[in-house]
Design a binder for this molecule. Sequence first.
Ligand code: AMP
Ligand code: GLY
Length: 423
Amino acid sequence: MKVLVIGGGGREHAIVTSVAKSEKVTKIFAAPGNAGIAELAECVDISVMDFDRLTAFAKEQEIDLTIVGPDDPLVAGCVDAFEKEGLRVFGPRKNAAIIEGSKTFSKDLMKKYGIPTAAYENFDNAEKALAYLETASFPIVLKADGLALGKGVLICKDLEEAKAGVKEIMLDKHFGDAGNKLVIEEFMTGREVSVLAFCDGNTIQTMTSAQDHKRAKDGDQGLNTGGMGTFSPSPFYTEEIDAFCQKEIYQKTIDAMKAEGRPFTGVLFAGLMITEQGTRVLEFNARFGDPEAQVVLPRMKNDIIDVMEACIDGRLSEISLEFEDNAAVCVVLASDGYPVSYEKGFEIRGLDRFRDKEGYYVFHAGTKLAGDQVVTNGGRVLGVTAKGENLLKARENAYQAVEWIDFDNKYMRHDIGKAIDEA
Ligand code: AMP
Ligand code: GLY
């Protein structure tokens, strides 16, 4: 079987690593891929948004299954473009990926179907948003409606900050058209957890839980990033919480999407906040999390191709998802200065030390080949994942493994998984 994976970050490297383990797979292509993916797949230089070239390539190469990794192509209709050409593809269609692509859509969906989430109001007019803030309580959360590289959420501690935020999003268009509409939402406190799930339109099966670390600096300080590290499972996501979420969140969401004529096939990512009042949805994404995939997929026992094909064919209920009874921690190695400004092009040394090391992975996020050297090529450069018999051991292993890697301006957080100590 020939598989094409669309994307070129750490998440896609984790997906390709899982696909490569399947005995059914004879050849993998990645578009555009990266230097790490290139060890397992043939990378083709096609943009994730160039659907004409992607579908033409899939036809020409007689690809049996295409997997779409990132949010942008999913929200823009990549799956629809493949289906239109009669090609087999894993991911939600445009009309379902809107659950990530429009925060006003997902909030309204949750309200309509009684799925627990923070109280909110939607606005398409800055004046009305500003007037609403005058009577609101603080802190408060502003969310640009559309995709904004994970940066369209502002937590504002007072009226002044919130007014500046509305101006930034709706008037100055800091996030472009993503800011045409705005959600103003109640601020929640608690533990965050990410739960990813395979869906076939009717059935939803959750994977093991994970926790991300979005802020750039130790102690959850600094700016929001694409994610600085993850661990899995989350010790805070108890069986009791899971039972509640299965009934009140996951199944309800899949049923709601179906009832709206937008059946969801692919991976649904629920970003949850475990609050004292109960567990609520922070956001939905229409894909694997990055870097959640880097700790969840290495622990999955199933053949990923079997699971994805079952999703496409509407027979996910026949699959029993299984995860290893262990833990994993991923520490992101970034370029110093990320997420603001940073230099690229530095040689990365030590990658070979991961070769054939059971339970250790180095997922490439922003790298490229320059001659025969692998060099840094982005803010987030690598995700170093290690497994362990428990979270403490996995964390110890991951922090040992990050020392094997060396490049100029290497930056990381030192407290990924620190929450484990409080569990
Ligand atoms: P989102 O893209 O919606 O996940 O938001 C990014 C981050 O902002 C989340 O991971 C939370 O840390 C934070 N956040 C979003 N919504 C809220 C909320 N209602 N209350 C508190 N924090 C929030
Ligand atoms: N790690 C958060 C995300 O993938 O959106």
